[in-house]
Write a protein that binds this ligand. Structure first.
Ligand SMILES: Nc1ncnc2c1ncn2[C@@H]1O[C@H](COP(=O)(O)OP(=O)(O)OP(=O)(O)O)[C@@H](O)[C@H]1O
Ligand SMILES: [Mg+2]
Length: 306
């Protein structure tokens, strides 16, 4: 059973990290040690280990008597190469947190640092460039363009930015998500899980430092969902990417290193090395699940997924 306050890095995590750093890595692989080392050092020469740092982030929608406080002063950090799940009842502010952290929405007040860059100081152009270069975003509804092939969908963000992917990069990213043979297919010719893997490839193509995913498995069946979660976990473990994922599913959350719980715009708890049972129990206390949903289904085994 996972403890509430496990140490920063337990033996299992350490073994995983070592295995990742010892794994065989090709020159183009995102797990290339040089690239990993480069990612671990921010551009300004400081040595922070945080990919994202949020301080007292508040987001209020609407005006005067119509106001909704979506985030009520959230302070947290997401370390490089970590995988965090964000959970909480509907309307608790999960998507808002993700969008503020990703620079897709501006907080009403507070600070968001992405690799030591203060997002609130940036104008729209700089923010767009930072998002393009350092951030990947995966949505529940894949958001693929039906008329484009898999390859064209994956390269679209780069092309919109007037850039071309490096030679061999599209192929290696598609192979990474298990779609090496599908590059000429159109989304309608793929299963839901395959379409979501195209969306992940599109997020990975620019080798972002942080991938934000809002319910990426919400529209998938259990088996396909596991494939997608395994892929996200793999990105954090081998490529040192930071993953922040919103989910309603305790099993999905158990793939993460840590779960943050939100209620009414406040961070109300945290679980490290989460198991599905521990997450479900917490969610029940938050009133997100009915009591009868609290007991995990047979698929939820006592172990987390690592
Ligand atoms: N653009 C908006 N204008 C006004 N209110 C908004 C807007 N976006 C979100 N809200 C409100 O902010 C609160 C938090 O919304 P948010 O979408 O972050 O919740 P969530 O935790 O992601 O919920 P869900 O699990 O249903 O997706 C809700 O009360 C919502 O109605
Ligand atoms: Mg949401």
């Amino acid at each position: 059973m996972a403890g509430l306050c496990a140490p920063e890095e337990d033996g299992r995590q350490r073994r995983r990290r070592q295995a990742a750093s010892e794994g065989s890595v090709g020159p183009d692989s995102p797990a290339d040690p040089d690239r990993k080392a480069a990612r671990a050092m921010p551009n300004d020469g400081s040595t922070t280990t945080d990919a994202v740092r949020m301080t007292e982030v508040r987001k209020v929608y609407g005006k005067r008597d119509n106001q909704v406080v979506a985030l009520n002063g959230v302070t947290t950090r997401f370390g490089r190469g970590t995988f965090t799940a964000i959970m909480g009842p509907s309307g608790s502010g999960k998507s808002t947190l993700l969008q503020c952290a990703a620079g897709l929405d501006r907080p009403t007040s507070g600070s968001v640092l992405l690799e030591d860059h203060e997002l609130s100081d940036m104008n729209e152009t700089r923010l767009t460039m930072l998002r393009r270069d350092r951030i990947g975003f995966i949505f529940q509804a894949f958001n693929l363009l039906p008329v484009l092939t898999v390859r064209q969908n994956v390269t679209l963000p780069l092309r919109l930015a007037g850039r071309k992917p490096a030679r061999g990069r599209v192929k290696s990213v598609l192979e990474q998500v298990g779609l090496g043979e599908r590059s000429k297919h159109r989304p309608a010719e793929l299963s839901g899980g395959q379409q979501q893997r195209v969306a992940i490839a599109r997020a990975l193509i620019s080798d972002p430092a942080v991938i934000f995913a809002d319910e990426p498995t919400g529209a998938l069946d259990t088996r396909t969902a596991r494939g997608v979660l395994g892929l996200l976990q793999h990105s954090a473990q081998t490529a040192g990417q930071t993953i922040v994922m919103v989910t309603h599913d305790p099993v999905a959350a158990s793939y993460a290193d840590r779960v943050l719980f939100l209620a009414d715009g406040n961070l109300v708890g945290e679980l490290r090395s989460p198991t599905a049972e521990a997450v479900a129990e917490r969610m029940t206390h938050l009133g997100a699940f009915a009591e009868e949903d609290a007991l995990p289904a047979p698929a939820m085994t006592g172990e987390g997924h690592r």
